[in-house]
Ligand binder design. Structure first.
Ligand code: AMP
Length: 296
């Protein structure tokens, strides 16, 4: 069935509808809701990889209707960041999302998402000021605002996020709780390449030699895990070893390495309880993040 403003057949994956406007999506999802279907949402910025697909597949398993969004959100990029260069490939994404079982793919343009010069933002204290929030001022305000908008448009029962962006999912969970949004946030593990590199759309920026250098990030994290498993519990020493290992890679420059409490994101001295070891490292000009979570 074709809806007003619906995508052309060419733009449609098999069994999946590609929707560009908020109104059209709202109407379609109202009908789904009236049928009593549960709705799962997977927000992404596109250029899909197996990490994204793992979220979509989990949504397919748990919800009656799966909505995924692809939106490179301008408000979460700072000046001089890669908003314009961010990789985009909608035809390929449509094929992958459809194969992962997505029913509705929401692909709004920026002026559809932010109409009439919107001036309202969602923000948070504390959790947003550290780690990536310290390196990228305003980033999480942009993320929280766009995720809130997606929640309001789609009104999902569940929304799926990756541990790859550990700070982001923590912030979203807290926002949902603080603002009584009543959405179940599902956190899924990091999907990695065979050699350990965390999958990321930004990996496509890497040259062949940078791709090899980038391995130092996941290697340093798994070395940290090994030494904790062997009984080391001094966060300072583990952090130092990681800094040393990553600095030995010529193409790498550290944005941050932090060992923090997994709930408060406050630095810890002793490894115990829920611990997050998070790294942001530039490989050449590409900023990559990765982390491990441990329960010690
Ligand atoms: P992005 O398109 O980078 O904004 O990511 C969209 C969603 O996919 C976020 O919830 C990410 O945490 C998640 N994600 C990205 N990369 C991975 C990965 N390698 N493993 C699991 N989830 C991921």
């Amino acid at each position: 069935m074709l809806h007003p403003g619906a995508s052309t057949n060419l733009e449609r994956g098999i069994g999946m509808e590609v929707i560009k406007t908020k109104n059209e999506l709202r109407e379609l999802l109202n009908k789904e809701r009236q049928r009593g279907s549960s709705l799962g949402l997977v927000p992404t910025m596109g250029f899909l990889h197996k990490g994204h697909l793992s979220l979509m597949e989990e949504a397919r398993r748990r919800d009656d209707v799966v909505v995924a969004s692809i939106f490179v959100n301008p408000t979460q990029f700072g000046p001089g960041e890669d908003y314009v260069a961010y990789p985009r490939d909608l035809p390929r994404d449509m094929w992958l999302a459809s194969s992962a079982g997505v029913d509705y793919l929401f692909v709004p343009e920026a002026d559809e998402m932010y109409q009439d010069n919107s001036i309202t933002f969602v923000d948070m204290e504390g959790l947003t000021d550290v780690l990536c929030g310290a390196s990228r001022p305003g980033h999480f305000r942009g993320v929280m605002t766009v995720v809130t908008k997606l929640f309001n448009i789609i009104r999902p029962d569940r929304a799926y996020f990756g541990q790859k962006d550990a700070q982001q999912v923590l912030i979203i969970k807290k926002m949902v709780k603080d603002l009584d949004m009543g959405i179940d946030i599902v956190e899924m593990p990091i999907v990695r390449e065979e050699d350990g590199l965390a999958m990321s759309s930004r990996n496509s920026y890497l040259t062949e030699s940078e791709r090899k250098s980038a391995l130092v990030i996941s290697r340093s994290l798994s070395d940290a895990r090994d030494s904790i498993n062997k009984g080391e519990n001094r966060a300072g020493l583990i952090k130092e070893a990681m800094i040393k290992e990553i600095s030995s890679e010529r193409a790498a420059s550290i944005d941050y390495i932090e060992i923090v409490d997994a709930q408060t994101l406050k630095p810890i001295e002793r490894i115990e309880g829920g611990v997050l070891i998070a790294a942001a490292v530039k490989i050449g000009r590409t900023r990559l993040i990765d982390n491990i979570k441990l329960e010690v």
